[in-house]
Design a protein around this ligand. Structure first.
Ligand code: SAM
Length: 289
């Protein structure tokens, strides 16, 4: 069988979250490409893994890719790990995975811990649709711009944040998303001082201002999506759009519907697309029967 690149998730705190398969794979491969070899050596020692390590991080990824692809092509299996959690998720590895794929090398995930998913699964906010946003820009002006773009997003939003920026970021979020927007605060997941709380953004600002310990450690913020603006008026909007779509394009119908109803253009446009798709599906179903 040809060689594989294994993308191996490792614990985000509690070492017992290492999977049996991760240990097995890390023991079996020729080399482990690690974000920080000094960090990974501790994990390997804990599990008695003696496989050699090689560095593969943001600053040398381009340089080591050729070397790693060469080894894979020579039939050596390689594992990719990051310092904690799932590689590529706000961690290096994307370029290596893409290169392996381009060279026809099989890429095999070995799933495990991921802070974003652990937070989402425990903070009690809707998890049916979500958007992982990673880290926000460190400068407040850029951060505010980015948050503005996400303000009307109705999906749950997941952010990673560094402890020294947490207060500033949550304040910016309260300013842009509104003080009452629900937030899930997941700090030090699986570690001694694990904190999982749900509150409003205003309450979170006050909590982390009062208790400086809440500004320590690793943090995931899960933000409830924007409330859908149309509710009672949905039926009226649908009736209006249905009529307009008989004579107009989706763009023109949604523009006119937005003007007449006061609903946001983006929402009218989205609904017009849905109604058009439903109509087409109905027609297909009728033709098939
Ligand atoms: N690849 C990792 C994963 O799968 O979650 C994420 C790596 S990213 C460089 C590090 C960020 O993940 C931290 O700043 C924090 O936002 C989040 N994080 C990692 N471990 C965490 C933990 N135990 N509790 C809360 N957040 C954590």
């Amino acid at each position: 069988m040809s060689a594989q690149l294994f993308v191996v998730a490792t614990p985000i705190g509690h070492l017992d979250d290492m999977t049996f398969r991760a240990v097995e794979v890390l023991k079996s491969v020729a080399v482990i490409a690690a974000e920080d070899t000094r960090q990974s050596i501790q994990l390997l020692r804990h599990f008695n893994i003696i496989t050699p390590l090689t560095a593969c991080h943001d600053h040398n990824e381009n340089m080591v890719i050729d070397q790693l692809i060469g080894r894979l092509k020579n039939g050596e299996n390689i594992a990719l790990v990051s310092d904690a959690g799932t590689p590529l998720i706000s961690d290096p590895g994307f370029k290596l995975v893409r290169a392996a794929q381009e060279h026809g090398i099989r890429v095999t995930p070995v799933p495990g811990a991921c802070a974003a998913i652990a937070a989402l699964s425990s903070v009690g906010l809707p998890s049916d649709r979500f958007s992982f946003e990673g880290f926000l820009p460190s400068k407040s002006s850029q951060r505010l711009l980015q948050l503005e773009k996400l303000k009307d997003e109705t999906q749950t939003l997941i952010f990673y944040e560094a402890p020294h920026r947490i207060l500033a970021s949550v304040k910016d979020m309260a300013q842009v998303f509104g003080a009452d927007r629900p937030v899930g605060f997941a700090r030090e997941i699986t570690k001694t001082f694990e904190t999982i709380k749900k509150m409003t953004l205003a309450e979170l600002v006050s909590l982390i201002e009062r208790d400086h310990n809440q500004q320590k450690g690793e943090i995931v913020l899960v933000i409830g999506g924007a409330a859908k603006e149309v509710d009672l008026d949905q039926l009226k909007l649908d009736q209006l759009l249905t009529r307009l779509l008989e004579d107009l394009s989706v763009k023109a119908a949604s523009q006119l519907a937005a003007d007449l109803s006061g609903v946001k253009k983006k929402i009218a446009y989205q609904r017009a697309l849905e109604l058009t798709a439903e109509k087409e599906q109905d027609k297909l179903d009728r033709d098939l029967n």
